[in-house]
Write a protein that binds this ligand. Structure first.
Ligand code: ADP
Ligand code: MG
Length: 559
């Protein structure tokens, strides 16, 4: 053994460990699911890397996860023959949390168990969940392709420090030994462990093995596979229970919570592939992070190819999780090939259609769930019309806005709702953009619309300016800003109103001239307004000016 050192966890890790152990205690058996899930990921990674470097398999090609226990030593062991880790990788992956938003996440923890458990689940605890039941965790690992002398042993009691040393490890992969805390002996039981595996990990497409039990329930010498070990998505829909779908989701999405919805399809014809796609309940912490991980897993004929295949889902659907399994792609496909491949494009277009269809169904049949979806991911969906021009009408149908009709800040009005309430003679869908809901709702530009009972959509998300430059019509009706250009309420104005307006203009000629002189270059024009009923004056942009808010944004960005 060589070069042993004791290192401190990153402060955030210590804090998280402490909070997590309490918050997740009522769910403690999930530690096994997390460790098995990591073992399965490690096997997937090895399989992928070995596609370009056969030697990594080291002649041991049957990938599996073994779960063992020792009632005398009071240990539970999870072992995989996957990719393993180098010393640097152990320090990087097990001693630090590299996720963005970690600080913010910790600051949101309240000490209220139920709330914190949700947040922690969303953040993902993975490996650290071992400390819920273990007083001491020993991880021994060797990276595939490195010599046995490059093994690593990592040991920690979860209290701020860990030791790490270089050791001989004959077999590639990772072994994790949990020394159970007092009172956790329930996990020293072969039946109990089997039932946890069946509940949470049955769908893992690799064998999970345990020692066969003897007559008195004691572990014997023979090993047997205790999970179903077949890829869930290859089975017919009618034979898969909701619980199985949910359990599989937690593995692919690295989520602790159930998904909101899913869609499972087999496509046949010119191209053959299967998709199983999920909508999560809550946004992950890295939704806005460019280096985010975890998206769609790509398989070819049930062999894992890669994680996070970005080419399979456009950015505005980046919250979608799941798998795509192709029958047609070559096994040795690389990330480069993915960039421009017509089969990939076909699967992507198919996947997008399925997701949009799923969301439409949800909006129709489960409006409350759809509202939850919208508050979680609406801002991301609003990138859709700009990114995915071909589907913009369908995406537009899924958008939700705040509106003067409801008077609430909640975004729950669809464009179709708006259109159904349009006045006779109203030609456009009106909206206003502002940098807060209150600013939009109290804008003087709304006065004349209120007077005529015309609904206006109140847009105040950052992405809204971007959205309205790309979504210019819906259902054949133009979207029009109430703050831009000449106002033409057309047939909504009565003859009397038009005459009154004309008279007001004539009367004000002198004032207008004086204002123009006084403001000089600062303005393009000064006009008598028909927009206002209570306020004396307001600023209006010409039709082609960028909205004020966009101008502010650009200034802030140093443009
Ligand atoms: P996640 O699985 O969401 O990435 P975890 O906390 O479960 O988060 O694991 C953190 C990281 O540690 C993994 O991404 C992986 O790089 C590494 N890791 C954990 N367990 C194993 C294992 N059995 N084999 C190889 N690497 C592992
Ligand atoms: Mg994990």
């Amino acid at each position: 053994a060589g070069h042993k050192e004791t290192l401190s966890f990153q402060t955030e890790v210590s804090q998280l460990l402490h909070l997590m152990i309490h918050a997740l205690y009522s769910n403690k058996e999930i530690f096994l699911r997390e460790l098995i899930s990591n073992g399965a990921d490690a096997c997937d990674k090895l399989r992928f890397e070995s596609l370009s470097d056969d030697a990594l398999m080291e002649g041991e090609g049957e990938l599996a996860i073994d779960v063992d226990y020792d009632p005398k030593a009071r240990t539970v062991t999870v072992r995989d023959n996957g990719i393993g880790m180098s010393r640097e990788e152990v320090i990087e992956h097990i001693g630090t949390i590299a996720k963005s938003g970690t600080k913010e996440f910790l600051s949101r923890l309240t000490g209220d168990q139920a709330k914190d458990a949700h947040l922690i689940g969303q953040f993902g605890v993975g490996f650290y969940s071992a400390f819920i039941v273990a007083r001491r965790v020993e991880l021994t690992t060797r990276r595939a392709g490195m010599g046995p002398e490059h093994g690593v042993r990592w040991v920690s009691e979860g209290t701020g420090e860990y030791s790490i040393e270089t050791v001989e490890v004959a077999r590639r992969g990772t072994e994790i030994v949990l020394h159970l805390k007092e009172g956790e002996d329930e996990f020293l039981d072969g039946y109990r462990l089997r039932s946890i595996i069946t509940r949470y990990s049955d769908h893992i497409p690799l064998p999970i093995r345990m020692r066969a039990l003897g007559e008195k329930g004691e572990p014997g010498e023979e090993w047997e596979t205790v999970n179903r070990a077949s890829a869930l998505w290859t089975r017919p829909r009618s034979e898969i229970t909701d619980d199985e779908y949910k359990a599989f989701y937690k593995h692919v999405a690295h989520d602790f919570e159930d998904p909101l919805a899913w869609t499972h399809n087999r496509v046949e014809g010119r191209q053959e592939y299967t998709t199983l796609l999920y909508i999560p309940k809550r946004p992950p912490f890295d939704l806005w992070d460019r280096d985010r991980r975890h998206g769609i897993k790509l398989y070819v004929r049930r062999v894992f190819i890669m994680d996070d295949a970005e080419q399979l889902m456009p950015a505005y659907l980046r919250f979608v999780r799941g798998v795509v399994d192709s029958n047609d792609l070559p096994l040795n496909i690389s990330r480069e090939i993915l960039q421009s491949n017509r089969l990939i494009d076909g699967m992507r277009a198919g996947g997008v259609k399925k997701v949009l269809g799923l969301l439409e169904d949800m909006a129709k049949d489960r409006p409350e769930d759809y509202q939850a979806f919208w508050s979680a991911f609406g801002q991301v969906m609003k990138e859709g019309p700009a990114e995915d021009y071909g589907n913009r009408e369908q995406i537009a149908g899924l958008l939700r806005f705040a509106s003067t009709h409801t008077g609430e800040a909640t975004q729950n009005v669809s464009l179709a709702d708006y259109v159904s309430r349009m006045k006779d003679g109203q030609k456009a869908i009106y909206y206003i953009t502002a940098d807060s809901h209150a600013a939009a709702a109290h804008s003087p530009h709304l006065e004349v619309f209120r007077k005529h009972g015309v609904e206006v959509l109140l847009l105040s998300d950052r992405v809204d300016e971007w959205l309205v430059t790309h979504l210019t019509e819906f259902d054949g009706k133009p979207l029009k800003s109430v703050a831009k250009g000449a106002l033409d309420l057309g047939e909504l104005e009565t003859e009397e109103e038009k005459q009154a307006a004309k008279a007001a203009e004539d009367e004000s000629k002198e004032v207008i001239e004086r204002l123009k002189k006084a403001l000089g270059e600062k303005v393009e024009d000064v006009r008598v307004s028909h927009r206002l009923t209570d306020s004396p004056a307001c600023i209006v942009l010409s039709e082609h000016d960028m909205a004020l808010y966009m101008q502010q944004l650009l200034r802030q960005a140093g443009q």
